[in-house]
Design a protein around this ligand. Structure first.
Ligand code: C5P
Length: 218
């Protein structure tokens, strides 16, 4: 067993939230610390992979030994991921905003006395995982995440096929679990072969186990 089983393999990891501009000072975003995605990028690098981490805006440190590309919006993230192809492995951990504002304003939208809030027209963002999962240059192994607050496994199973992923790492992010923004995670690995229930682990341990699981696929 080589300590660097992923030597010579290229990996792309997305992490963090995306920010979708409303105007120069406001944005729409999901909650995401980037902790789990950054930990996975670091873990793959420790197993020898050449890792490109495409990260939305986060406040945590870059993991060691990876190339970090910083982006803001989902459109920027898709562009950076596509530019990083070809790869052997892609792990989509980012909490990408599902919608963006159809036309973001060039200037700050002013509050107008008595007129109520400005209406926002939203449009769907590209699904990065789904795009790469069905791409002509699809990486050998594509991994997605599914943060759910209900029906975690059945939602993850549906996502596998729809998004063209080999594994979906599913977790329950109900506020009571404390997972969101916290340091621990409890996940299930859903693949065509079934469901693996992992114990409560630190996000670092989830990352190491996932990287080892990915290495087994080669
Ligand atoms: O459909 P849902 O957002 O729950 O899927 C989550 C998975 O899809 C995650 O792996 C996430 O990184 C990825 N995703 C994406 N682009 C989107 C939405 C989700 O890559 N626009």
């Amino acid at each position: 067993n080589s300590p660097r089983p992923l030597a010579g393999r290229r990996a792309i990891v997305t992490s963090g939230p995306t920010h979708e501009p409303i105007d120069p000072v406001r944005y729409i975003a999901n909650r995401s610390s980037g902790k789990q995605g950054h930990a996975i990028a670091g873990a793959l690098a420790r197993l020898g992979a050449e890792v490109t981490l495409v990260s939305g805006p986060v406040t945590i440190a870059d993991p060691a030994g990876v190339t970090v590309i910083r982006v803001e919006s989902a459109a920027n993230m898709l562009e950076a991921v596509t530019a990083a192809l070809p790869a052997d492995i892609a792990v989509f951990v980012a909490a990408v905003a599902d919608w963006r504002v159809a036309t973001s304003a060039a200037n700050k939208i002013k509050k107008k006395e008595g007129e109520g809030p400005a209406p926002l027209q939203l449009m769907e963002n590209p699904d990065i995982l789904k795009t790469i999962g069905h791409h002509a240059d699809r990486p050998h192994l594509v991994v997605g995440f599914a943060a759910e607050t209900a029906d975690v496994v059945s939602n993850a199973q549906a996502k596998l096929a729809r998004k063209g992923a080999d594994f979906i790492v599913a977790n329950d992010v109900s506020p009571a679990t404390g997972i969101m923004g916290g340091d621990r995670n409890r996940v299930r690995i859903v693949s065509k072969d079934g469901v693996e229930d992992w114990p409560d682990l630190s996000k670092g341990e989830v990352a190491d186990r996932l990287a080892a699981r990915i290495a087994e696929a080669f």
